[in-house]
Design a protein around this ligand. Structure first.
Ligand code: PLP
Length: 440
């Protein structure tokens, strides 16, 4: 059992939480009082000197680990040269290099072009705008349980938690929702093996025949693994079916890889596990190692229709962000993606051992270092045990492990891709103690 007996939150943390509460807009829902002082790799320290293992990486952002020396060196070098020179109006080498790098790492054999943004939601906005512009159609199909961001276009597609939309209607029109092929909790009373077909049939036989004609649909957008929705790996055949559907009706297929991309699942893009090539990939989070940046990468024949001025922003292509992107993608390519696969596989095996021993763990699923542990009230009904997932998160914090939940009852593990097996073992020990303490 790990010794972690310090009083949490400590005095510095308490003071900073109080000051934060006074001046920060209260829309952020912080779930426990972790106040960061510094980080290194997969470990972080709070302002009172307590050490934690970070198994969420700032919500799947710090892919190369906290303050990776190569990222730090690139940022320092760039900051001394120049920090910003509007990428929409001028040229600069860091932007060209980042664009060449990301477009060289795309699935399939075709050519790609990139638009740089500053966040996930902006990448999704760019994808929606490109899809409408390219197809001259208006409608977008998204999925229940999905999360694509909080700006109005992406929020209209986001369908993961009602409080994210409450008070903000009306949404952007032209959005329709379908069912994600969730094999653990199928939306219909069918076996897991039939879920994908039911989900695809719903789009073709219900949506297309009742609410939106396919000729008016510009794009279908989905996450290769639903993130905020609960780390749900869709049933086999779902993505191939979506690809076929899109090809049949001239619809663009968008894979939102904001959370799943950049090596996290053991491949550069999670969609590569599905063996299909989408038309557009949206990225952010892990692509900048913590520097705010997003990328909307589209097949060249899709992106190249945009006329100059059709879309733009001030900070896209920011030199610091571009250096971070280049370094991050290089590190992913050179070994972090392979580490995600290997350490992720090991982590998954260790979590399955816990699943066998604790009756309220209903499912452990994921790919690479994108893993979810789903808590259930009982194994038969699979009713989500929300309170238990929350309790595991807060109790683990008190024992030195930073976790976050997602969906209704899932603990998500999305650590830095530099995670080691030793830290996995230490995390499993803490988790085991936590699970015993909460009566899992
Ligand atoms: C799949 C996905 N898309 C889009 C977003 C929005 O990204 P951002 O918060 O950077 O706007 C998120 C954020 O969690 C996400 O997980």
């Amino acid at each position: 059992m790990t010794e972690f007996v310090k009083h949490i939150p400590g005095p510095r943390a308490q003071e900073l939480v109080a000051r934060d509460t006074a001046v920060m807009a209260p829309c952020s829902g912080r779930v426990y009082p972790f106040v960061m002082e510094r980080g290194l790799g997969s470990e972080v320290w709070d302002v009172d000197g307590n050490r934690y293992i970070d198994l969420n990486a700032g919500i799947a952002v710090v892919s190369t680990g906290h303050s990776h020396p190569r990222v730090v060196a690139a940022l320092q070098d760039q900051a001394a040269k120049f920090i910003h020179m509007a990428g929409t109006d001028f040229y600069n080498e860091p932007m060209v290099m980042a664009a060449e790098k990301v477009t060289s790492l795309m699935p399939g054999t075709g050519e790609w072009q990139v638009f740089f943004a500053n966040s996930g939601t902006e990448s999704v906005e760019a994808a929606i705008k490109l899809a409408r512009y390219n197809t001259k159609r208006q409608n977008i199909i998204g999925f229940y349980g999905s999360f694509h961001g909080r700006s109005y276009g992406s929020l209209a597609i986001t369908a993961s938690k009602p409080y994210q939309r409450k008070g903000f209607f009306p949404m952007m029109p032209g959005v329709f929702h379908a069912f994600y092929a969730n094999p653990f909790r199928p939306p219909w009373d069918v076996d897991a093996e039939h879920v994908a077909q039911y989900a695809l049939d719903f789009i073709e036989k219900t949506l297309f025949t009742t609410t939106t004609p396919p000729e008016d649909v510009a794009a279908i957008i989905a996450e290769p693994i639903q993130g905020e929705g609960g780390y749900i790996v869709p049933a086999p055949g779902f993505w191939q079916g979506l690809r076929d559907l899109c090809d049949r009706y001239g619809i663009l297929l968008i894979a939102d890889e904001v959370q799943s991309g950049v090596g996290r699942t053991g491949k550069m893009w999670a969609i590569e596990h599905e063996g299909i090539v989408p038309d557009i990939i949206t990225s952010a989070k892990g692509i900048g190692s913590g520097v705010p940046v997003g990328a909307m990468i589209a097949r060249k024949e899709v992106a190249s229709v945009w006329k100059p001025g059709a879309h733009g922003n001030t900070y896209g292509g920011n030199a610091l962000a571009m250096r971070a992107v280049y370094e991050t993608l290089s590190l992913a390519e050179e070994g972090l993606m392979a580490n995600a696969s290997e350490v992720g596989g090991y982590f998954m095996d260790r979590l399955h051992e816990l699943e066998d021993r604790f009756e309220h763990i209903g499912d452990v699923r994921g790919r690479g270092l994108m893993i979810g542990m789903d808590f259930v009230k009982d194994q038969k009904s699979r009713e989500p045990h929300t309170e238990m997932a929350n309790e595991v998160m807060t109790q683990a914090f008190k024992r030195g492990l930073l976790l976050l939940t997602c969906g209704k009852s899932t603990i998500r593990f999305c650590p830095p891709l530099v995670l080691t097996k030793e830290l996995v073992d230490e995390s499993i020990d803490i988790l085991q103690d936590t699970l015993k303490a909460v009566g899992a």
